[in-house]
Ligand binder design. Structure first.
Ligand code: DCP
Ligand code: MG
Ligand code: MN
Length: 348
C-alpha cells in the first residue's frame, strides 16, 4: 500500500483511507491552529493505514496501530460499520459561507462572532444551544437564537397594521397630543415588512415635550402583552432615542414574534426623521448625495449647511452648521430641488 498509484487495488483499508483523506483536506483548508493539528493527526493515521497489510475490522484493531488515537479509531470504526462518516458529510454540507450566513442571521451576531464560533467548531444552530463547545451567547443573542425563524421572516403588511392599531391608541392614551407614525417599508406600501418602524414626537408649541413618554409606553406595551422581548432599550430619557424589540399580536395562539423599532425625535426634526426612516436606504443615499453635491449635509435631524468636519476624522463635526429644513419632508425636497415623491415612489 505504499504507492498512491496502485493502492486502489492492493490496499485492504482503502475505503477508510479515502474518507480520512477527505476529512484531512477539509481541515487543511482551514487555517486555524486547531485544524492544522487535526490535519496532522489524520496524516499520521493515513500513513499507518497505507502500510498496514491486513484489513482493520474493529475499533481495537485501529487503536492498536501506531499514530492512531482514540478519536480517529472511533471514526475508523464508524466507516467500517456504516461505510460512511457523519462528520465528513456534515463538513461537506456546511461550508464556511453557509455557516457564516446561518450564524449572522442570529440577531446580535456579526461577522467576527460568527467566524469565531465557526473556528470553535460550531456548524449548526444546535451547536450553539446549551453552552456546547464552550460557546456563550449574550442575552440578546439568546433571544435571536430562540426566535431565529420568526426574526428572519417577513410579516404581511396587514399584520404590521394590526400591531400598529394596537399600539397607537395606547400611545395616545399617555398623551393625546403625540405624533405617532409608522414608517419604513410599511409607509412605502410594501406588501410585506421585515419589521415595524414607529416614530414618536410631540408638538412642543405649548411648552411640553414627549420626554419620558417612550419609557411609559414600553411598560404599557409589555403589560398589554404586545411587546415580548427587549433587544436594545435606551438607558436614559431623551427626546431622541431608539428602541429595538420583539412584539406580537396579543391573545392570538401561535402569533409569531415580530421585530419592532421605536424612534423618538424632536418636533423640529420630525420631517427629516420621517424622510430618513421611510427610506428605502438607496433612496436615502441618493438624497444624501444630492445634498453633498450642493455643499449640504442630510441626516435624520435635518438638512444642514456649513457643517465643518475634521479633515482627518470625517465623522467628527467641528461645527454642526445651520439648519436649512427639517420640519417637513416637502421642505427638504424643495431645498434640494428634488421633485416631490410619495413614499411608495421612493425606491431606487
Ligand atoms: N435606513 C438607512 N440606512 C440604514 C438603515 C436604515 O437609510 N443602514 C433607513 C432606510 C430604511 C429605514 O431606515 O428604509 C428603516 O430601516 P429598516 O431596516 O426597518 O428597513 P425597511 O423598513 O425599509 O425594510 P424592512 O421591511 O426590511 O424593515
Ligand atoms: Mg422596517
Ligand atoms: Mn427597522
Amino acid at each position: 500500500c505504499d504507492s498512491k498509484e496502485n493502492q486502489q487495488s492492493t490496499c485492504p483499508n482503502q475505503d477508510i483511507i479515502g474518507k480520512l483523506e477527505e476529512l484531512m483536506q477539509i481541515h487543511k483548508a482551514r487555517p486555524t491552529t486547531d485544524d492544522g493539528w487535526r490535519a496532522y493527526s489524520y496524516t499520521k493515521a493515513i500513513r499507518t493505514l497505507r502500510s498496514c497489510p491486513y484489513r482493520i475490522k474493529s475499533y481495537q484493531d485501529a487503536v492498536a496501530l501506531p499514530g492512531v488515537g482514540h478519536k480517529t479509531a472511533e471514526k475508523i470504526e464508524e466507516i467500517i460499520q456504516t461505510g460512511e462518516l457523519r462528520r465528513l458529510q456534515h463538513e461537506l454540507s456546511s461550508d464556511g459561507v453557509h455557516v457564516q450566513r446561518l450564524f449572522t442571521g442570529i440577531y446580535g451576531v456579526g461577522n467576527s462572532t460568527a467566524t469565531r464560533w465557526y473556528n470553535n467548531g460550531a456548524r449548526t444552530l444546535e451547536d450553539l444551544k446549551a453552552g456546547k463547545l464552550g460557546i456563550k451567547l449574550s442575552p440578546v443573542q439568546e433571544i435571536g437564537l430562540r426566535y431565529y425563524d420568526d426574526i428572519n421572516s417577513r410579516m404581511p403588511r396587514t399584520e404590521a397594521q394590526t400591531i400598529f392599531e394596537h399600539i397607537k391608541p395606547i400611545a395616545l392614551s399617555i398623551d393625546r397630543n403625540l405624533f405617532v407614525e409608522i414608517m419604513g417599508s410599511y409607509r412605502r406600501g410594501k406588501a410585506d415588512c421585515g419589521d415595524i418602524d414607529i416614530l414618536i414626537t410631540r408638538n412642543d408649541a405649548d411648552g411640553k415635550t414627549h420626554e419620558g413618554v417612550l419609557r411609559r409606553l414600553l411598560k404599557r406595551l409589555h403589560n398589554a402583552d404586545i411587546l415580548t422581548e427587549d433587544l436594545a432599550a435606551p438607558d436614559e430619557d431623551d427626546l431622541e432615542t431608539c428602541y429595538r424589540g420583539l412584539c406580537h399580536i396579543p391573545g392570538v395562539e401561535g402569533a409569531r414574534r415580530r421585530r419592532i423599532d421605536f424612534l423618538t425625535t424632536t418636533w423640529k426634526s420630525r420631517g427629516a426623521a420621517l424622510l430618513y426612516y421611510t427610506g428605502d436606504d438607496l433612496f436615502n443615499r441618493s438624497m444624501r448625495l444630492k445634498a453633498n453635491k450642493m455643499g449640504y449635509s442630510l441626516n435624520q435631524r435635518g438638512l444642514w449647511k456649513d457643517v465643518i468636519r475634521n479633515p482627518s476624522k470625517r465623522s467628527e463635526k467641528l461645527d454642526k452648521g445651520t439648519i436649512l429644513a427639517s420640519e417637513t419632508e416637502q421642505e427638504i425636497f424643495k431645498v434640494l430641488g428634488v421633485p416631490w415623491q410619495e413614499p411608495h415612489e421612493r425606491v431606487r
